[in-house]
Design a protein around this ligand. Structure first.
Ligand code: FAD
Length: 406
């Protein structure tokens, strides 16, 4: 049989790529290979509704179980690809089998980062990436009283919110002076610090960790550099994720903070593409490469990758988009700002009541926007960023001025 298209990584990006290929009329052999035992699912619920046990796993799946057979997608779950030979157009699977491909899409996602810290191997130190991780954490909420979270990033903060709602005491240890400081800057990071403190989270900011305290084989606390010991019954390590680039790097593809790809998501090998969390892709709007670990990128890049695989000229040029839910705060963020890469943040609406839009400005232009408990504004914010026009600060602040008239 002639070699077909192969997708490695059966997460959101991999599943959406299979869907896009079939929608676009590719009718050749199509194989989707993933290490996990589950069919492709979306991860955001794992730290929100699914973790809180208010949303069933069924709602997180990308497609119904029968979709793959119906669309002649050969889904191989619990299968890991261990090596890639771009010259021979071949893949080796962990069991030793080999598979040829005509075009290959890498969508291998990310894995939780770790820290060089003693005690992290205790069985009640968790990370959160998979359904199994979320199940373990949810089960632990039923039996523990105090959760210690290392890292005040999105996942640490979302889990803290769910844990508090389950009645668990939460302490978050963060090296920076505010949660989410690198991604949001101090103006907005403070909003999240207040939100969590109001809900009873003990935020230890600017804290240096020395070790996980382990007694009788289990983690019982965190020791800080100043000698303080914070007691807990379980630890969540949530210090970000790193792209799974080993296959690509070992195969000699160009890799630098992800697999380097052009705007069409084609790597340094014309028959190998990459999308989703692992793709460090040239973004025409920014005239540079960016790598985005966001759900929306894994959702939308695959259609472009599919076009490129089919030999069309295609380009991915969406603005990065992210959302989060914590307690009764829902937010969306659109745009891209390097840490410190803005002049000021302008607020429109009720900041104290957490119902506002924040705009990041650089040289008088809006470069990012975040709506908090305000909805249906991403289109005008997107248009504003894309227009690159200078905005009047007073009008930007004034909720009476429609966004599309700025
Ligand atoms: C708990 C959690 C909450 C999140 N919440 C949000 C949110 O609220 N908003 C937001 O915008 N983003 C959120 N994200 C990020 C978002 O889920 C990711 O950006 C998205 O999952 C990326 O999709 P992907 O398909 O590129 O990678 P992944 O979802 O990581 O899927 C990659 C798959 O490839 C498999 N794989 C890796 N290597 C191999 C191999 N060699 N062989 C076979 N298979 C392999 C992996 O096992 C995995 O199943 C969250 C992430 C997590 C973990």
């Amino acid at each position: 049989m002639e070699d077909g298209f192969v997708i490695v990584g059966a997460g959101l990006a991999g599943a959406k790529a299979a869907e896009a290929l079939r929608q676009q009329g590719y009718d050749g052999r199509l194989t989707l290979i993933g290490s996990e035992q589950y069919r492709p699912y979306e991860r955001p619920p794992l730290s929100k509704g699914y973790l809180a046990r208010s949303q069933p796993l069924e709602k997180a799946y990308v497609h119904p179980a029968e979709w793959y057979a119906e669309h002649e997608v050969e889904l191989r779950t619990a299968t890991t690809v261990s090596a890639l030979d771009p010259a021979g157009h071949r893949l080796r699977l962990a069991g030793g089998d080999e598979l040829g491909y005509r075009k290959l899409l890498l969508a291998t996602g990310s894995s939780p980062r770790s820290l060089p810290l003693a005690g992290l191997d205790a069985p009640n130190v968790y990370t959160l990436r998979t359904v199994a991780d979320s199940d373990t954490l949810a089960e632990s909420f039923a039996s523990i009283r105090r959760l210690l979270v290392i890292g005040a990033g999105w996942i640490g903060m979302e889990v803290a919110a769910v844990a508090r709602q389950a009645g668990t005491e939460v302490t978050i240890v963060e090296a920076a002076e505010l949660p989410l400081l690198r991604v949001l800057g101090p103006e907005l990071a403070g909003v999240f610090a207040e939100l969590h403190r109001e809900h009873g989270v003990d935020l230890r900011l600017g804290a240096q960790l020395r070790e996980v305290v382990v007694e009788a084989g289990r983690a019982t606390g965190l020791r800080l550099a100043d000698g303080t010991v914070l007691d807990g019954d379980a630890v969540l390590l949530a210090v970000g994720a790193a792209p799974n680039v080993e296959l690509a790097a070992d195969a000699g593809l160009a890799v630098d903070n992800g697999v380097l790809v052009d705007a069409g998501l084609v790597s340094s090998d014309p028959d190998v593409l990459a999308c989703g969390d692992i793709a460090n892709a040239y973004a025409p709007f920014y005239d540079r490469r960016i790598r985005v670990e966001h759900w929306a990128t894994a959702l939308k890049q695959p259609a472009v990758a599919a076009r490129s695989m089919r030999g069309e000229t295609a380009s991915y040029d969406e603005l990065p988009y992210f959302y989060s839910d914590q307690y009764d705060l829902g937010m969306e963020y659109l745009g891209y700002v390097e840490p410190g890469g803005y002049d000021e943040v302008v607020f429109r609406g009720d900041r104290a009541g957490r119902e506002f839009i924040a705009f990041w400005l650089s040289g008088g232009q809006v470069i990012a926007g975040m709506n908090v408990n305000v909805w249906d504004v991403t289109d005008p914010i997107k248009a504003l960023i894309r227009s690159r026009r200078s905005v009047d600060r007073a009008r930007l602040e004034d909720p009476a001025v429609p966004l599309d008239e700025l």
